[in-house]
Design a binder for this molecule. Sequence first.
Ligand code: GLV
Ligand code: GLV
Length: 321
Amino acid sequence: MKHSVLVTRQIPGDSLQRLREVCEVEVWPETLPPSRDELCRLVKGRHGLLTMLSDRVDGELMDVAGDQLCVVSNYAVGYNNIDVDAAKIRGIAVGNTPDVLTDATADLAVSLLFAASRHVLTAGNQVCDGEWKTWEPTGWLGVEPAGKTLGIVGMGRIGKATAKRLVGGWEMDLLYTSRSDQTDMEKELSGRRVELDTLLAESDFVSVHVALTDQTRNLIDEDAISKMKSTAVLVNTARGEIIDQDALVKALESRSIFAAGLDVTTPEPLSADHPLVKSPHCVILPHIGSATHASRNAMSEIAVDNLIAGLSDQPLRCSVT
Ligand code: GLV
Ligand code: GLV
């Protein structure tokens, strides 16, 4: 009997063809994710799942799927949507898609940093809305990264790639937080590893790159934001839950920081009348960090490789456990 696999969204590239050669594949055809009820119905009897970051894969869902489930392959580098402990207990392998989206996500972090610094979105919207009247000497004044201090919260692959761009290109000084020693990188980029409080107090631009865990949920809370400079720009391309959004709204309203650029929020999407969406000091993008042809195609390859390996009880190409 062929293995049966559920893929919860259409993915780019031709990797699914490879999957179809070795198992029965059902692909959720809609753009919107399956509801929880639909997902529970669809996972029953599957041996493998290829899931998106918007699908919650917890122990309950694994039990609904059944004992034959042996691999969950997440189409993302982040895997906070998956209960990895629950998977371990049940002997289910879990894979993700690191590395291939590092450059794309770092590029987007830099784009957000500049967009927020120079009011790119709000200024452009004024043109689109026919509200721009004339060149203004005092209009749209922003801040400049060159020669300033960059704070990277979480010096993983994407944090490093972001730092390289900005330290190399804009000659920024680098502060960073990291759980592990980064001596080689320090030499290369002349960075300094500091505590989060120091990073927040001394950085002109802060870019968040930690994975979402119980330890990093609300890491950037009201107290943390209060330590930042009033001219500082905060960028998040990691996960929305890492920043306390209510605290960010307050900080932007009271101008206790200059601006924010977010590729991620909680929930996704925010409603159109959310104060962060309304704020002229906040740029929000629809979680497009990895959205390039090259990255997404490569993510498809890895996700399918992970799934095929898991189905045949082989080590995954990229395993999170
Ligand atoms: C995107 O957010 C990812 O984790 O790949
Ligand atoms: C995060 O997962 C990273 O690759 O930096």
